[in-house]
Design a protein around this ligand. Structure first.
Ligand SMILES: Nc1ncnc2c1ncn2[C@@H]1O[C@H](COP(=O)(O)OP(=O)(O)OP(=O)(O)O)[C@@H](O)[C@H]1O
Ligand SMILES: [Mg+2]
Length: 359
């Protein structure tokens, strides 16, 4: 959410800074005055990050960072690759815990994969089973979309999930809209419902993706980040998620087909002028020259997020949901540093100026 008066205020500030502070020294001299003004701007919803940083450190961010920051409170991140088994769920889980626990962000995960692995990883079987029984899953949400009703996404959210607690023992703000195995059937149902309205099948596809985009964007303002774990392949649900996203992370394992797979999705995203995307090398061995060569080749063509996730047994083990909550360190062991690094890389990507990646 970017309330109009907050947005106008930032534009005015931007103009003031550009016109009145050609040299860095003058900009610094104005910082305390601007800091007070920016506090007011933030209270109108200008940037969640500034607020968060200020709360934690008692200091403001540099003015330029705020002005260039994304004009929204919520960032929608889709994690996608048409290829299966490359680490989409692992990256989603690492982001979910890294952002909500290590960086105290308010996070919602939407599981849009009928395999429901992310749901089970984050909720455990028992809570996931209860959510399915109550039809509080992405299937229920899609049924509502198909019926063209006003969407109440809150009915499908499971709150305070996960098996990691904050250092003070409280639960992080980590929610999920879980998936269920019949999600693919619901996708077909949605298509049929759209076709009833549209003569051309292409219009039905576009409308369905647009309806999904509206539904997902309805969560704007309720969270700092909404992370969408996509199914492998490129179904209408995946396209709907990609269209809704501000950022798209493309995890890949650096092997012989990686460049083709990443390239295919990246080129489609560029053609469709979909927003910033970043590649994330996963299961990388620093000792493997061939893998490093593939990572370099992909990073030269398509923007990298800036971190490599190593192959680590601790990350594979972390997909097991624990019945007893524990700390980030007890869940991820030595891999906790990669969880933190991924969260920071994501926050950096969110704060980067809004330019189309790899144009
Ligand atoms: N960095 C890693 N180190 C060790 N194991 C990993 C790593 N990343 C993923 N794995 C393992 O690889 C397998 C596939 O990972 P994951 O489920 O995250 O992929 P995915 O892309 O979500 O798969 P799908 O396309 O089926 O949804 C899992 O067993 C996971 O534990
Ligand atoms: Mg997965």
């Amino acid at each position: 959410m970017w309330p109009e008066r907050g947005r106008r205020f930032a534009i005015i500030l931007d103009t003031v800074i550009m016109r009145s502070a050609p040299r860095g020294s003058r900009l610094v001299a104005q910082q305390s005055l601007l800091s007070t003004a920016l506090d007011a701007a933030c209270s109108w919803g200008c940037t969640g990050h500034y607020r968060e940083h200020k709360r934690r450190s008692g200091r403001g961010l540099p003015v330029e960072r705020i002005i260039l920051g994304k004009p929204s409170v919520t960032t929608f991140i889709a994690v996608s690759n048409r290829r299966g088994g490359v680490g989409k769920t692992t990256v989603t889980m690492m982001l979910a815990y890294g952002l909500s626990v290590a960086r105290r962000q308010k996070v919602l995960v939407i599981d849009l994969d009928a395999q429901a692995s992310t749901s089970i990883v984050l909720m455990g079987h028992e809570r996931w089973h209860a959510a399915r029984q109550a039809n509080r899953t992405a299937c229920g949400l899609l049924t509502e979309i198909a019926q063209n009703q006003a969407i109440k996404y809150g009915d499908f959210v499971a709150h305070e999930i996960g098996d990691v607690k904050l250092a003070d023992g409280r639960r992080p703000t980590l929610d999920v809209i879980p998936s269920a195995h019949d999600l693919d059937d619901k996708e077909a149902l949605m298509m049929i419902a759209q076709q009833a309205f549209y003569h051309k099948i292409s219009d039905a596809f576009v409308q369905m993706q647009e309806r999904m985009r509206q539904t997902i964007r309805a969560m704007e303002g309720a969270y700092d980040q909404v992370i969408i774990d996509c199914a492998p392949g490129l179904s209408q649900l995946v396209w709907g998620a990609l269209r809704a996203a501000d950022l798209i992370f493309i995890p890949y394992v650096p092997d012989r087909t990686a460049e083709d797979n990443v390239g295919w999705l990246a080129e489609r995203l560029k053609v469709l002028r979909l927003p910033k995307f970043f590649t994330v090398a996963n299961r990388v061995s620093g000792q493997d020259n061939r893998a490093q060569g593939i990572v370099s080749a992909i990073s030269n063509k398509y923007p990298p997020l800036g971190i490599q996730i190593p192959a680590a047994q601790a990350l594979a083990n972390a997909l097991d949901y624990r019945d007893q909550t524990g700390t980030l360190a007890s869940k991820f062991g030595s891999a906790a540093q990669h969880v933190n690094a991924l969260a920071d890389a994501a926050l950096n990507a969110i704060n980067r100026p809004m330019v189309m990646a790899a144009e």
